[in-house]
Design a protein around this ligand. Sequence first.
Ligand code: ADP
Ligand code: MG
Ligand code: ZN
Length: 492
Amino acid sequence: MKYSPTIGLEIHVELNTKTKMFCGCRNNSLETKPNTNVCPICLGHPGTLPVPNIEAVKSVLKLGLALGSDISEKSKFDRKSYFYPDLPKGYQISQYDEPLVKNGELLGVRVRRIHLEEDVGRLLHEIPAENGNRPKETDKATYVDFNRAGVPLMELVTEPDIESGEQAVAFGKMLQLILRYLRISAADMEKGQMRVEANVSVRPEKQREYGTKVEVKNLNSFRSVGDAVNFEIKRQTEVLESGGKVAQETRGWDKNKKETFSQRSKEEAKDYRYFPEPDIPAIDFRETSLVDFEELRRSIPELPLQKRSRLMSEYGLRPIQADLMIEDRESTDFFEATLSEALGDKNIQAPERQRFIDLVFNYLTSDLKGFMNAKGIAFSDLKIDPENFADFIDLIFDGDISSRIAKDLLPEMQRSGLDPKQIIKEKGMEQVLDEEIIKSAVQKVIKDNPSAVSDYKAGKKTAFQFLIGKAMAELQGKGHPGKISELLEKEL
Ligand code: ADP
Ligand code: MG
Ligand code: ZN
């Protein structure tokens, strides 16, 4: 019998608003000194009143618009009651039956809802060392750090439309990219700013109803998401194949053993006793002027998938090239600025135009980015502007400099901030085209390497490449490769 897997995702995202969800504390999830970003409201003192952060509401609405969702006309907050030491109020303010956003779609997966809630504190099983010292007597206790309590947390729930670990990862990565384009979260999984839970079930191919689902938690990288989902599919399939039943439970992911393990059987009864948060009035977007939807729509930039198809149609990029570009908005901006500089005043036609664009793409993604990564240079520190980079590509395009010289030129452009043509003149880096100079270098190489010459005459092709290399070295890498080859052949 064949089995079909079904996966639905629940994704939590910390929003990067200036302040927390219901109080004026700074929202700084990177703060390391415990309990410094706290106040009576986020500590849950009785009698304090929460006031919703409108920026957090707008962030969720923006994502909703970006995913083609329905924005609810009315929305409210609810209390979700449970007991845990990281939740001093005994309830979390969340949204139950009237989330801000419903429906929507991304990469063919339906989005069920997006709602807003507050994050909880963090348990520390060791007290953080201060100035390298850890108080000894407190080593064996558990501590609570409330810096994260009350941080705005968005939750997106998908319908069970996903069928593999790879598809779950693709969904998560595209959502992450959109969150970054919208600038509403850094959505770094390693930092816990984006947390993915995967619901996985398997059913016989011919059965219509979904199988029993297992919820997998603590997935803090995309690799874990993909591996854990695929592991669960395999495990559940084996259970069914051997005539067993899949238990409904929550499982954790052990990334060293690469397997899931049972955490608690059967989701504890959903007795959260949700009820409307009495301290926060329901929001009616038809009546409030708090959100200007026109302005919100205008604030949404071109999104990754739109950018991807535009880069392909406008610049003839191949899908893998476009994928690489959309992952890095700054590179794409630089790429487009370079081409608008270059193609604006250069009237080149089809095949040559594509050759130029590919040169810009290749030199940007490998040489320039490679150089920047090696030196730790960000685009904001880059002294090579798109105009100079366009001139640089122009030199390569016209065959005025070799790829060897191009490599030396980039650091020089960054150091001086000058136009590459000027640097080449000043530094004498021009391509050696002069026949006489090349000829004498070629003759010297033939004289100095008699055995390579006889190898060549005996029909060894590699000997020819060797001699070209020697001649190029003789010319300090500045010789025109085509000319060297031509003259070498003639002299030999
Ligand atoms: P619960 O009430 O247990 O939280 P929901 O119906 O609210 O379950 O769904 C929670 C998540 O689980 C959603 O992302 C949904 O797509 C997914 N899901 C629901 N049923 C299944 C199933 N049988 N197999 C896989 N995923 C499922
Ligand atoms: Mg759930
Ligand atoms: Zn606070």
